[in-house]
Design a protein around this ligand. Sequence first.
Ligand code: KG4
Ligand code: ZN
Length: 343
Amino acid sequence: MNILAIETSCDETAAAVVRDGREILSSVVYSQVAEHQKYGGVVPEIASRRHTEQIAGVSRRALAGLPQAGGPRPAAGLLRDIDAVAVTYAPGLIGALLVGVGFAKGLALAAGKPLVPVHHIRGHVASCYLAHPGLEPPFLCLVASGGHTAILDVAGYTAYRIVGRTRDDAAGEAFDKAARVMGLGYPGGAALDALAQTAQPGKYPLPAPRIENAPYDFSFSGLKTSVVNLCHNAAQKGAALDLPALAADIAHTVAEILSSRFLAAARELGREALVCAGGVSANSRLRARLTELAAREKKSLFLPPLSLCGDNAAMIASQAYYEWQAGNRADMSLNGYATMEIA
Ligand code: KG4
Ligand code: ZN
C-alpha cells in the first residue's frame, strides 16, 4: 500500500510516499529555516504563506520521485499509484497545519482516495519504523523535539500511554533558547551540539531538577534561565564566557536528564526495546549516552538516522499505514488542531 503524506506543522513543507509503512519511495522536504532565522524564531504567518506557496511543488516532486514501471509519466498521473493520502493534522502552528490539511483534503477528493489523519508526534515515533525493519511495538519511546518532550509507552502502533512529560519547556526549546542567548543563531540545537563537542563539561554546573512524585517528568525552564543569567551577567561585567564549555555543560545536562529518566522508566516498566525520536534525537551527546546506558542494561536501542530526526513527511506516511490498519480515516470535514494529546 502506497501512502502519500503531507506535513506542514511547523517550518518544513514536506511530502513523501512510503510503501507499507516501512519503505520510503520518495521524500521531499522544503526547509524554511533560512527565512525564519532573520527573526530568531518561526514567524507563524510567514510559515503559513511559504507552505501555501511550496506545498503543491513539493508534493509534485514527491510523486515524480516514485519508481515507475514503463518509464516516467506526468506527475499528476502518478496519483493513481497512491492508495491513500495522509496528513499531519495536530499538533503544531494552526495556520501552518491548515495549509497541509486543506491541500490533502483537496488531493484526496480530486483523486478519490481515502484520507488518513496523523498526529505529528506519532509520526516522529514512526521515523524509527523506516530505519529499523524489525522494530515493532511494544517499546518505550523518548520523544524530544522543539515543542514536545515525553516518555511514551508504545504498546501497539496506535496505543500510547504517557509515562512522563515536561512540565514546562521542551528539550529542543531549551537548546534553542540557550543557543540564541549564546549568539548561535536559530534554531540553535545543532550549532550548540557542534560547539559542545569541542569542550568538556564541568565548568558551568547547571540545574537538573526532579519533580516530586513524578520521577519520569522533566523541567528545563531552570536550565534555560541559568544559561540566560550566565550570559547576561557576563555581558554586564564585560567578562568573556567560555562558550564551548557552556555548550558542553548544556548538552551534558540535557542528555543526562533525558537518558537517565528514560532508562529508569524502562527498568520499572520492564520494556526491553527503546526508541528515541524527534529533532533532539539528532543530538550527538544524547545518542552516545543512550547507546552507552542501553548497552549497560542490555536493552535494544533504536535511533532514527539523522536524516529522519527532524520534521519530514516519510514518518507521517509510515504512521499513516498503521492508523489505516486501525481503521482511522478522516472525512472532508477534517480540521487542524494546535494542541492534541498523543494518547
Ligand atoms: O522534531 P523537530 O524537527 O521539530 C518539532 O517538531 O519541534 O525538532 C526541532 C528541534 C529544535 O529545537 C532543534 O534545535 C532541535 O530539534 N535539534 C537539536 C539538534 N538538531 C535539532 N537539538 C540538539 N542537538 C541537535 N543536534
Ligand atoms: Zn517535529
